[in-house]
Structures are given as structure tokens and as C-alpha cells.
Design a protein around this ligand. Sequence first.
Ligand code: HEM
Length: 325
Amino acid sequence: MDVMTRTTRSPNGWTPLRLVDSEKAMKRWLIASLVANMLIIVTGAVVRVTGSGLGCPTWPHCYEGSWTPHPESGANGVIEFGNRLLTFVLIIAALGAFISVWLNRRAFTKLWWLSLGIGLGIPLQAVVGGIVVRLDLNPSLVAAHLLLSVALVVLATWAVTVARGVPADAVPPFMRYVVIGTFAMAMVSIVIGTLVTGAGPHAGDIDAERNGLSIPIIARVHSASAWLLTLGSIASVVLLRRGRHVRATRAAWVLLGTVALQGLIGYVQYFTGVPVGLVILHIIGLTLVTLAAAWLLFSTRRRSTATDTTVASSASTRRSTSASR
Ligand code: HEM
């Protein structure tokens, strides 16, 4: 039992602090924060593909002098306003996580700055979202808005892996480089994906500017990056499996599975003229690829030279002991 649980448990039973005081509650808040950050990526895409990006044409008000949409803005206003309201869910989850982490800070020092980063990311995203609206959905800013959310999902995944308390698998330097390279490739693929979107038809509003890139060329670059990511994922599975790093191998398999699915959706949506339903599926896939790539990254760590030496010397001790028996 942790310190805070003891101090908040009253003989009369429940107090509101019980919602945040235990390590179990902390894990739940961090998972809620992770899920909320994944969800807002998907709802943001719904805003874009339904052409609702300017359903609320200004920020922070929806219309000048009004926080809520006008009836004449129709479904677009409701969709954009709904997405803005979701920010409050993110704030509640981040606050719950932050308070829980604070109450358990003695056991989890690293989580303190991670949950602070996740919490600060939300007002930052609200401001970037406001700038996106005020600059009429400039494609580079729309991309930056998405990429910031991807970074928050990575941070939140990190926080959840730390809170679970399962130590990362210590792997030899080469394996760790392959894992880092695979994670980096996932991020590169995501960045290039935003360039494809910036060139494509789903701008968020009929009059929004496009980035002017050639769709066939940038889509090819994007799919090439996806193939490199697939190779990295396969290499991670093979190496980690050979090294018998069971937990990390599982994470690598999950990444390979999500990448294969995401690639399939990507090709089908490209060759069928980017229908709205498949674009949303591709975005759900993006959140899962991000989660899986970050999980793989944080479930391994580089085996230190000292550990190598210890492992080597204990192996040689074992050998000489058995030889002398
Ligand atoms: C497997 C790894 C892949 C990842 C992680 C990935 C990720 C992404 C991301 C992040 C976006 C931008 C979404 C946005 O800005 O809202 C995107 C868009 C896109 N991707 Fe992928 N993608 C992958 C594979 C593929 C493949 C193999 C293709 C096939 C050509 C493809 C085709 C597209 C297209 C056409 C778009 C633009 C959709 C639109 O107009 O909104 N993707 N992808």
C-alpha cells in the first residue's frame, strides 16, 4: 500500500482522493490520457474529411461573440464544435494523470515530467488549432497540428510503460539501433503521410489552400517509406526473437501487424480515390502504428557495457565452475 492511500482512507469509507491516490488509479488515468489523445486524432480527421474545418470560423469563439455554432453552420458547425469540446475530456484525463503521478511521485520520479509534458501539450494544441482556423487551414499547420498529437501519443505510451513498472528488455547495441531506426522510420512515414494529405482532396474546407505537391509522386515516396518501416519491423521481430526477448518480440509483432494493415488500407484508399471511410480507417491505423512503434521503442533498452561485462564474466565463471566439477 502506498503512503497516500493510507492517509486518505477514512473510517467512513470513500473520499474523492481515492480516485487518484493509488498506483492503480495512476495507471488508469495515464491510459485514459493515452486513449483520449488517440481519439482526438480520429475526431480531428472526421472534421477534415467532412469539410468541417471552418464549421466554427474563428477561435477561441466559434463565431464572433458566440462560443457555440450558429444553426446556419449546420452539421459542419456541430462537428467542429464537438471536436473542440473533446479538449475538455483531454484536460480532465491529463489533470487526473498529473495529480495521480504527483501523489505517487516518490516511487515514479520520471513520470512527473512526462505527465507534465502531456498536460502542457493540450493547451499548446488548442492554440495551434486556433491558429490553423485563423489561417484558413493552411496545410503545413494542419500537418503540424496532427504531428503534435502524434508526439503526445508517444509521450503517453512512454508514461504508461513506466507506470506498469515492467523493466525494458536489455538488448545488445545493434538490436537497439534497429529498434530506434524502426521507430524513426514510423515517424518519417507519418510526416510524409501528412504531405500526401496536404496535396490531396480532403483539406477540411472547399476553399482551403493545398501544398501543390504532385499526388502520385508524394504518394509513392510515402509508400516507399512504409515499405522501409515494414522491413524495420520484420528485422526487429527476427532479431528480438533470436535474442529471446519475449516481451519486446511481442511488441515488434504487434508493430508488424499494424503496419501491414495500415499499408493495405493505404493502397486500397489510394487506388479507390481516397473515400472518406477509408481515410478515417487510415487515421485509426496511424494511431495504432504510433502506439505500437512507441511501445516497441520503450520495451527495449541498450544493454550497457557493464552489463555485457557482467554477463560475459558470469558466463565464464559458470563455464570454469562446471569444468572444475
Ligand atoms: C504503413 C505505414 C503507413 C503510415 C504510418 C501512414 C500514415 C499516414 C498519415 C499519418 C497520413 C496523413 C493523415 C493526415 O494528415 O490526416 C497518411 C495519408 C495518406 N496515406 Fe498513408 N500511411 C502508411 C502507408 C500508406 C501506404 C502504403 C499508402 C499507399 C499509397 C498510403 C496512402 C496514403 C494516402 C493516399 C494518404 C492521403 C489521404 C488523404 O487524402 O487524406 N499510406 N498516411
